[in-house]
Design a protein around this ligand. Structure first.
Ligand code: RP5
Length: 168
């Protein structure tokens, strides 16, 4: 498990070490916003008992939002959501065989009653999961509001300060 120094508020889990190339973008984003998190490999298929333990104990350990990334038959976010009442954000990892469409459909098509907030495939989904997790956490921890607003402003400034090269 990797974790930031203070008590983690966001839990990042992923189905395999191979998902880290994608999920590290969620970790980097949370780090940049100053949100304490933990990150761990938890597989719905290869370590189902660990998944159940993780989901069942997350709230009592202080976790407020879980980000779950998986690829292919991506059952991790949905199974995690079925074992906790914490909000679960799902990140479809871009699979080699089907480019992540398999991951997306596996995560997004949850039955009514067990929601998973599904993000985009790949890096954009991982970054946005971290931003959305921070926005959720900021409702109870207002210190993160400024971090989100600063990020948005910097993003806007960056676009405005970068005209198309050679277009003038
Ligand atoms: C899923 O299978 C994982 O989330 C990963 O995206 C995919 C492939 O896993 P590895 O075979 O690379 O471990 O469970």
């Amino acid at each position: 498990m990797t974790a930031q120094a203070s008590q983690p508020l966001v839990g990042i889990i992923m189905g395999s070490q191979s998902d880290w190339a994608t999920m590290q973008h969620a970790a980097d984003t949370l780090r940049a916003l100053g949100v304490p998190f933990e990150a761990e490999v938890v597989s719905a298929h290869r370590t189902p008992d660990k998944l159940f333990r993780y989901a069942e104990t997350a709230r009592e350990r202080g976790i407020a939002v879980i980000i779950a990334g998986a690829g292919g038959a991506a059952h991790l976010p949905g199974m995690c959501a079925s074992k906790t009442s914490l909000p679960v954000l799902g990140v479809p990892v871009q699979s080699q065989a089907l480019n992540g469409l398999d991951s997306l459909l596996s995560i997004v098509q949850m039955p009514a009653g067990v929601p998973v907030g599904t993000l985009a495939i790949g890096k954009a989904g991982a970054v946005n999961a971290a931003l959305l997790a921070t926005q959720i956490v900021s409702t109870a921890h207002p210190r993160f509001v400024e971090a989100i607003e600063t990020f948005r402003q910097q993003q806007t400034d960056k676009v405005l300060e970068n005209p198309i090269p050679g277009a003038q």
